[in-house]
Design a protein around this ligand. Structure first.
Ligand code: LHQ
Length: 259
């Protein structure tokens, strides 16, 4: 099984599972990961997802053995990237929060798939490598879009062109990720976080994600209109009614994640 799925109360953990290849992605893993995300989304009891890697790495990106140039010519990288693009769109568009626990090195597409998640925690021993330039490629999986937005133009260029490992602590200082965590606390922290998110107002969070993504290209005017419309949608959810009721009654809200 190239991807392992564990069901927990309110959320699912999805683990990339080719540890002897540092969880490098091959065609089978792509399919399994897409299916695991789609199944999580289709499960009404699943209100958050945790993505991590089995073994010592998070993900070393594309399995390079599968895309080597052979005597019959270069591989069809466009077709390979269509699959990655589908994964990035899926992760980004999930109608629930996606937490990524980066347990070890995240290189190439592995780094950028992590950045496509909503909240990234990383073990202090983990590092992020935009490995693409080491093999003559361009950062993909949204790397050229995420990097400048997260860390600014100068650091984005340095990371993309130099392809040096960025340790988790510095990644957090630079704003590339949410938090670096002691290695032995990573999974405990990630589970606490994702379980907490699974009890929050799921639709409100999904709409928040949409608003933040749209803000990347909207004008302020467009964004104000969008916020008005999304707020209207959020205001019609059971969770909004419950959130306000709980506030007034001075108790913790019991959100259901339902419309
Ligand atoms: C691997 C890989 C790997 C296969 C480690 N593949 N075996 C998209 C679409 C189309 C085309 C191409 O690309 C893309 C997106 C991309 O992701 S491009 C970037 C691809 N990734 C890389 O270039 C990273 C390659 N890996 C590394 O640089 C190192 O392995 C890192 C820095 C991640 C870890 O280094 P170490 O901790 O020293 O481990 P290692 O290199 O010894 O790896 C352990 C094993 O895993 C080793 O196999 P072996 O049989 O010797 O034990 C590696 O060959 C294998 N492995 N990454 N991407």
């Amino acid at each position: 099984m190239t991807v392992l799925v564990e069901k927990h109360s309110g959320y699912r953990q999805i683990s990339l599972n080719r540890p002897d290849r540092l969880n490098a992605l091959n065609t089978e893993m792509h399919g399994a990961l897409m299916a695991a995300l789609a199944e999580a989304e289709a499960d009404p009891d699943c209100r958050a997802v945790l993505v991590t890697g089995a073994g010592r790495a998070f993900c070393a990106g594309q399995d390079l053995a599968d895309v080597a140039v052979t005597s019959s010519g270069p591989p069809d990288l466009k077709a390979v990237l269509e699959r990655y693009n589908g994964l990035v769109r899926k992760l980004r568009g999930m109608a629930m929060p996606v937490v990524c626990a980066v347990n070890g090195v995240a290189a190439g597409a592995g780094a950028n798939l992590a950045l496509a998640c909503d909240i990234v925690l990383a073990a202090k021993s983990a590092s992020f490598i935009q490995a693409f330039s080491r093999i003559g490629l361009v950062p993909d999986c949204g790397g050229t879009w995420f990097l400048p937005r997260l860390v600014g133009a100068a650091r984005a260029r340095g990371l993309a062109i130099l392809a040096e490992p960025l340790p988790a602590n510095r990644a957090a200082e630079w704003g590339l990720i949410w938090q670096a965590v002691d290695d032995d606390k990573l999974m405990e922290s990630a589970h606490l976080l994702v379980a907490r998110l699974a009890r929050q107002a799921t639709i409100g969070i999904a709409l928040t994600k949409r608003a933040l993504d749209a803000a990347e290209t909207n004008t302020l005017d467009q964004q104000l209109d969008l916020e008005r419309d999304l707020q209207d949608e959020a205001g019609h959810t059971q969770d909004y009614a419950e959130g306000v009721r709980a506030f007034i009654e001075k108790r913790a809200p019991a959100f259901t994640g339902r419309a």
